[in-house]
Design a protein around this ligand. Structure first.
Ligand code: PRX
Length: 769
């Protein structure tokens, strides 16, 4: 509201002025980015790969894809062993069987093995093998700090030295093959270094996204009982400083109380964020990385491991409160992430690759660290927030490093798209100003004078919605731009950067809506770069359904076709496979090398969650439809998992955090459409008897979720609920809650089976309180 008042105030003050007609003419002639007419239906909206792109692509045509796909399905053993033996180093080749599997619970325990008996090491394949092949001096990592102007690089040989030093240190404190190491680091080079060092000595890393709370971290520590926890003292995210070490301290106290004490907390001093003197310290347990690691030798023997030895654990949300420890093993994961990376991004040795995901999620494991490094790629790591200091930062980074492959999430695309639109107002201002040869400084000065405020924020808000006209006598006219619907859409935050280096774009984490796809394609990629919309999961290890740029015409919003070796099937409620144009539950028939092998410590839950719902298949938890041309369209989760900004959050996890609050009697959480995040978290909360709703309680409930899970899981909305709609047997009817949350009140359906149908009316009445 204050923003509106603000700009109206100016308009009012200047109400006698009218823009000179020439200026108005300029406005309507400013170049607009035409995003193309909407096609008759999504299915008919096809974007062809450019001829130039296809010609140079690894898979240049549909026909070539079909040939390779057919080979991979008809003879998976031959297809994958061909790749495994020609592109990787094995100390010893696998046994007679390339793979063995049972995905059918009716035939016994679920078991998946690839390259069993093969002896290798992922770190060796990422570093030593590439260095031997001549990449010693190639840049392995570019690191860009949160603060513009601070950066660093490591070549492949330098990276190997760093990895070896840490590996030697870990060995010196007793970490052995098979031991777990918990990692709670932001996007510093030390994060991939740590992952690779663990892999080198056969230790199992469990990276916890450094946005999880101390309680979540403690839960993961208790589950895998690490010898060492690796963290850093602090990190800056945008303008904010986050004291990571404090979170780790709290988690270590918490886990010690639960019987698991950790001997060593190796802490990196992130000097740009916090000096060591200001870091809380526990002598005997805490050790500065910089004090010990550089003292160790820069070479370290490789621990050769079996292809089926574990590589890492990564926790993900499911439909119950307890996160699941997804376990990936060595050989199959290595072959699969490297191969998917190569084909889905049409990788070339000259590429500079940037994936905006954090290594705390699977995308950062498979497509920041392992997949690209196995290919000897140059990888960019960005420490900070994508819109800091302004929404042009990503494109600034793209230009600075000449990024060729840019892989991100739809939520980021949507938020930059929104900021880009807002910035277009600002561009009007500059455009008209520069016509009169005014420097931007003097324009800013005008704004400051006019706004009567010297606060930067006000200036920005003001510029976003206002336009200044200058007449030849340098008189200044101010207008609220919202009066000019035809104003240019120049997406200044994007277009002021060249982005010419970009070649391929990628999207992951949630379905990308066609309008975001179009903006990504047209504005960011200059209508030049194919988009790989990669559908996959923590569990699948790597891409499952993805375009191969160059091979297929794309349809905005569709992940297109399966990767080599993947057989997606769409089934109905009874588990019957559907053919042709259809929609239903997405499953996968037979295994692929990158599949997870178990849930850590709970193979039964693995079988129950993923293999029992539709016997004979791996069940993904996603809905999917297939169109008349065979394209796949993912429609989102069909279980009680919400996808917020591409992050999976179990409704049960949020509910159990809420009900742990002493004033919360009951809670039910559902996902609701959110313009930027994809889905938002909507919580229905019943306070305990005698407690009434208050703003204070609302805030304290949200705080509880933040401290128990992490800020990213905080509910967007708390809906007070005197009671929840339940069936006579006491089951909460989430279908009704979802409709209320979405305000689709005419679609509530049959409420007669509720124990108390009156509850629904009560909820509707309280909807906007
Ligand atoms: O619902 C699907 C969605 O994200 C889920 C997997 O989440 P997670 O294990 O955290 O991994 C995210 C990164 C791979 C899936 O079950 N999802 C992921 N990618 C896409 C997607 N939905 C639609 N299109 C995608 N490209």
């Amino acid at each position: 509201a204050s923003l509106n008042n603000h700009s109206h105030h100016f308009r009012h003050a200047d109400s006698t002025a009218s823009p000179p007609s020439s200026a108005v003419a300029k406005i309507s002639h400013l170049k607009a980015v035409v995003l193309g007419d909407a096609p008759a239906s999504e299915e008919d909206d096809v974007v062809l790969p450019s001829h130039d792109f296809s010609r140079q692509a690894l898979v240049p045509s549909q026909q070539k894809y079909l040939e390779m796909y057919k080979a991979s399905i008809e003879n998976p053993a031959g297809f994958w062993s061909g790749i495994a033996s020609s592109e990787f180093y094995w100390k010893q080749r696998w046994g007679d069987q390339v793979y063995s599997e049972n995905l059918d619970v009716r035939r016994g325990n679920i078991k998946i093995e690839w390259f069993k008996g093969g002896i290798t090491n992922v770190c060796y394949n990422c570093l030593d093998r590439n260095i031997d092949a001549g990449l010693a001096d190639k840049i392995a990592l570019y690191w860009e700090s949160n603060e513009p102007g601070f950066d660093a690089t490591l070549t492949y040989s330098q990276l190997l030295q760093r990895v070896c030093q840490l590996a030697n240190y870990l060995k010196s404190v007793g970490v052995r093959k098979g031991d777990a190491v918990v990692v709670y680091l932001p996007m510093l080079m030390e994060l991939p270094i740590t992952m690779l060092a663990c892999a080198r000595i056969g230790a199992v890393h469990s990276v916890v996204f450094a946005g999880f709370s101390s309680e979540s971290l403690a839960q993961r520590i208790v589950d895998c009982k690490p010898k060492v926890v690796i963290t850093c003292n602090s990190v800056k995210r945008g303008p904010k400083t986050v004291f990571l070490k404090d979170i780790v301290d709290a988690a270590l106290i918490d886990s010690a109380n639960k019987g698991i004490s950790v001997d060593v907390c190796l802490t990196y001093e992130n000097q740009l964020a916090l000096k060591r003197e200001k870091t809380k310290w526990k002598e005997g347990r805490d050790i500065w990385w910089e004090d010990v690691v550089p003292k160790y030798p820069t070479s370290c023997d490789v621990e050769w491991v079996d292809a089926e030895d574990p590589l890492f654990l990564l926790y993900t949300s499911g439909s119950t409160g307890k996160p699941k420890g997804v376990l990936h093993t060595t050989g199959g994961y290595m072959v699969y992430t490297a191969t998917t990376f190569k084909y889905a991004f049409d990788y070339k040795d000259s590429d500079v690759y940037w994936c905006t995901a954090d290594c705390g999620w699977i995308t950062g494991h498979s497509y920041v660290t392992y997949g690209p490094m196995l290919n000897g790629a140059t990888v960019l790591l960005y420490e900070g927030a994508p819109s800091y200091p302004d929404p042009g930062r990503c494109w600034d980074i793209v230009d600075k490093y000449k990024v060729t492959i840019f892989y991100t999430a739809p939520t980021l695309v949507r938020s930059l798209m929104r900021d880009g639109d807002e910035a277009s107002y600002f561009s009007n201002l500059v455009y008209l100003g520069s016509n009169l040869l005014l420097s931007s400084i003097s324009i800013q000065y005008c704004c400051l004078k006019l706004s009567g405020s010297n606060k930067e924020r006000n200036l920005f808000e003001f510029c976003k919605h206002s336009v200044i006209f200058f007449d030849s006598g340098m008189k200044v006219y101010l207008h609220d731009l919202r009066d000019y619907p035809l104003a240019c859409k120049d997406h200044l935050y994007v277009t002021r950067y060249s982005r010419k280096s970009l070649r391929v774009l990628g999207s992951v984490g949630e379905p990308i809506n066609p309008s975001a796809w179009r903006w990504f394609f047209n504005v960011v990629g200059g209508s030049r770069c194919p988009i790989s919309d990669t559908w996959w999961q923590t569990e699948t290890g790597g891409f499952m359904i993805t375009p191969l740029p160059g091979a297929w015409p794309q349809k905005p919003g569709s992940a297109t076709f399966p990767f080599f070796g993947v057989q997606p099937v769409i089934v109905d409620e009874k588990g019957a496979e559907l053919d042709g144009e259809c929609s239903g539950y997405l499953c996968v028939k037979s295994s692929w090398p990158g599949a997870f092998r178990t849930l850590y410590g709970d193979h039964e839950r693995y079988e129950t969650t993923y293999f029992k719902p539709f016997p004979g298949y791996y069940f993904t938890g996603d809905g999917c439809s297939r169109d008349k041309d065979g394209y796949h369209w993912l429609t989102g989760r069909v279980d009680d998992v919400i996808n917020v900004s591409g992050h999976r959050i179990g409704t049960a996890e949020v509910e159990s955090a809420l009900v742990s609050h002493p004033q919360c009697a009951e809670a039910a959480v559902v996902g609701v459409e959110h313009q930027v995040k994809g889905q938002g978290i909507y919580a229905f909360v019943t306070p305990v008897e005698g407690i009434s709703y208050s703003e204070e309680l609302r805030k304290s409930l949200i705080l509880t979720v933040r401290t128990q899970i992490g800020a990213f899981a905080a509910p967007d909305k708390i809906h007070w609920a005197p009671a929840l709609p339940k069936t006579r047997s006491g089951k909460i009817m989430r279908r009704i809650l979802r409709k209320i949350a979405a305000r689709q009140l005419d679609e509530l359906g049959d409420t007669s089976t509720l124990a108390d149908p009156g509850v629904v009316d009560q909820l509707i009445k309280l909807a906007d309180t």
